[in-house]
Design a protein around this ligand. Structure first.
Ligand SMILES: [Zn+2]
Ligand SMILES: [Zn+2]
Length: 403
């Protein structure tokens, strides 16, 4: 059954074995995944109340679907919805709204390609338009724009602060909609999930050092694993509840309609590094762990082979995200526990990421990850990650044996 590994994951996460900071818990946080009850049970509905309904629905004490500029109830009853008649008593341009206009302007000038055919597809503009009628989506877009602006000029911490605020607002606003799952919200919830997964992958490496959170305690393995766990739960949620909204966009399809990569003939002869990695695993692991690590290692090389043969965008998403979201969850546990063999394989995942060009939200991970793993590995194990280091730092895919 396809849902099997997921259930395991959600239970695992709820156990607190992977405590996730509130700002980053997307799906579990949103749907209020409880320790015992399955997702979205009825008694949890009372917590799903949204304060953002229109005035007309509030007065009539009915549930507002919060679609702007006219909600469903007002449309049905032909009422003037308060969403379409904003109050003009306040100054329309505050500092905050000016900042948001700047973010939106930035997004339009540098849309994050969500489509293999590039920004000309018009898709990004459609997403912004959808965001105007579904504000949590607009928040998630502005959060990403904030991170990008901050990355361009790290002295402008205001953009980081704004990004975090938008991300948190996005989650708070989306939560009730994830619990109700009205048809009218499906497309927006899907895009929200996509962009929010992107945010959680991007934010850790941009997070400014603070006295309580100095860079020396920053743990990229832990941070990336958390982003992977959240991305996995988001994928499962979309597959279970929003599958009908998955569009033909190759990136969205790549993340949410994962198909296994085709087997590669002669993998060992193309990548002799795989044989050395397999030997290393056999020397150090037994039983379940050995089988799991061998599988994780082989599949990371299958992904590397696919990516080096087809460097186009949809394959990138399928190969990189495919490995991260289908690798055995117990293998990720081994990485979290700093198991040496698992970390060496994880270093090869860094090589895989580095082969995906143009993934703005992933580009800084390989170097940071590899440097950290090298620091953890005990002496004498340098050889085990030499090849990924050549791929990442040498910026080339060495097909001959590394020894
Ligand atoms: Zn309403
Ligand atoms: Zn209304």
């Amino acid at each position: 059954m396809r849902a099997e590994p997921t259930t395991v994951f959600i239970r695992r996460a709820a156990d607190g074995r992977y405590p996730t900071p509130p700002a980053h818990s997307i799906v579990c946080h949103i749907v209020g995944a409880s320790r015992t009850s399955p997702l979205m049970t009825r008694q949890r509905r009372s917590h799903a109340k949204s304060r953002e309904g229109c005035m007309q629905c509030k007065e009539r004490h009915v549930k507002c679907n919060e679609v702007h500029p006219q909600c469903l109830n007002c449309k049905r009853h032909d009422l003037l919805c308060s969403f379409s008649a904003p109050s003009l008593t306040a100054m329309p341009l505050s500092q905050d709204s000016l900042a948001d206009l700047e973010l939106l302007d930035y997004w339009h000038r540098h849309p994050i390609p969500a489509n293999a055919s590039g920004p000309d597809s018009g898709l990004d503009y459609d997403v912004v338009r959808l965001g105007f009628s579904h504000h949590y989506l607009l928040n998630s877009i502005l959060a990403l724009a904030g991170l990008r602006l901050f990355e361009e000029d790290r002295s402008q911490t205001r953009w980081y602060v704004r990004a975090v605020a938008h991300h948190q607002a996005a989650i708070t606003r989306a939560r009730p909609h994830f619990q109700r799952l009205d048809e009218s919200q499906h497309s927006a919830l899907l895009s929200f999930s996509f962009y929010t997964s992107m945010y959680t992958l991007t934010e850790p490496l941009l997070r400014p050092a603070s006295p309580s959170n100095s860079q020396s305690t920053f743990d990229p393995v832990k941070e990336l694993l958390q982003a992977i766990w959240l991305g996995r739960s988001s994928t499962v949620f979309v597959q279970q509840h929003l599958a009908s909204a998955v569009s033909s966009d190759p990136c969205v399809v790549g993340k949410y309609r994962l198909r296994p990569l085709e087997a590669i003939n002669g993998l060992e002869s193309t990548f002799p590094q795989l044989a050395s990695l397999e030997q290393f695993i056999k020397d150090r692991c037994g039983g379940q762990e050995r089988a799991m690590c061998l599988h994780a290692a082989r599949s990371v090389f299958v992904s590397i082979a696919h990516l080096s043969n087809n460097p186009d965008e949809p394959t990138q998403m399928r190969a990189i995200w495919g490995w991260a979201s289908t690798v055995d969850s117990a293998f990720l546990d081994m990485c979290a526990a700093r198991n040496t063999v698992a970390l060496v394989i994880f270093a090869h995942f860094a090589a895989l990421i580095s082969l995906g060009r143009g993934n703005w939200y992933l580009q800084n991970w390989p170097a940071v990850l590899l440097e950290h793993i090298r620091g953890i590995l005990t002496d004498g194990l340098d050889d085990t990650i030499r090849w990924p280091e050549q791929v990442v730092f040498g910026n080339r895919l060495t097909l001959s044996s590394a020894t």
